[in-house]
Design a protein around this ligand. Structure first.
Ligand code: 13P
Length: 249
């Protein structure tokens, strides 16, 4: 059985003060959760303080991006060692906001994912189609293409340890959650793509999250779907009460 993983992507929200306060508020609400991996992904400047605030709790820390190079002339970027040195365990990669607003490509996501995995970080690799692609009806092929590109060069054993996040762009921040069936259809297709590209074990073990307007009211229906193993939560992860309810689906 795959262990559920619920991650909060804080995006460009929460200073050190606000982020540590959120962790302090969240900690008692989720302390008894044993069978779910809980991850909080603050901005880079708050990572170290939020990690310290989460010390000794069941809340793990993820970054929102990482560069592929070990170091060097990459202004504005952060290396894997800079994350591992402060105890970061996960990293969100290829979020649609990175792709759409900052020109990140499938090839870059693949390079970031390989570097992150090699450094011992668990990549959360995002994929998902725009409304235009959804309406054209080509979304399964589009998402499969993103997944194939992101996983190029990995081995089956490595892929088994990764996390993928299906986030339809039309459902992000819009209040418009995909139906449980829509989420399941694409998550199942991602798993099938992994089986074809690697093997059945990798497909059975990779964890696949759904993301896009996940709320306490929708998490259970999503988690009941056989191919949805968790959620990548944006807005609702900024409130301790909402995020704790989601974690305790
Ligand atoms: P919302 O939950 O705010 O729609 O954001 C989803 C998301 O993009 C998480 O990475």
């Amino acid at each position: 059985m795959r262990r559920p993983i619920i991650a909060g992507n804080w995006k460009m929200n929460n200073t050190i003060a606000a982020g540590t306060a959120l962790i302090k508020a969240l900690t008692p609400l989720v302390k008894d959760v044993k069978d779910v991996d809980i991850v909080a992904c603050p901005t880079a400047t708050a990572l170290q303080a939020v990690r310290a605030a989460a010390e000794g709790t069941n809340i793990h820390i993820g970054a929102q991006n990482v560069h592929w190079a070990a170091n060097g002339a990459y202004t504005g970027e952060i290396s894997t060692e800079m994350l591992t040195e402060i105890g970061v365990e996960y990293v969100v990669l290829g979020h649609s906001e990175r792709r759409d607003y900052f020109g990140e490509t499938d090839e870059g996501v693949n390079k970031r994912a390989k570097a992150a995995f090699a450094a011992g970080l668990t990549p959360i690799i995002c994929c998902g189609e725009s409304l235009e692609i959804r309406e054209k009806g080509t979304y399964l092929a589009f998402v499969a293409g993103q997944i194939k590109a992101a996983l190029n060069g990995f081995t089956a054993q490595q892929v088994a340890k990764l996390v993928a996040a299906y986030e339809p762009i039309w459902a992000i921040g819009t209040g418009k959650t995909a139906t449980f069936e829509q989420a399941e259809e694409v998550c199942a297709h991602i798993r099938k793509t992994v089986a074809e590209m690697f093997n059945q074990t990798a497909a059975d073990e990779i964890r696949i999250q759904y993301g896009g307007s996940v709320k306490p009211a929708t998490i259970r229906g999503l988690m009941e779907k056989p191919n949805v193993d968790g959620a990548l939560v944006g807005g609702a992860a900024l409130k301790a009460a909402d995020f704790s309810e989601i974690v305790k689906f």
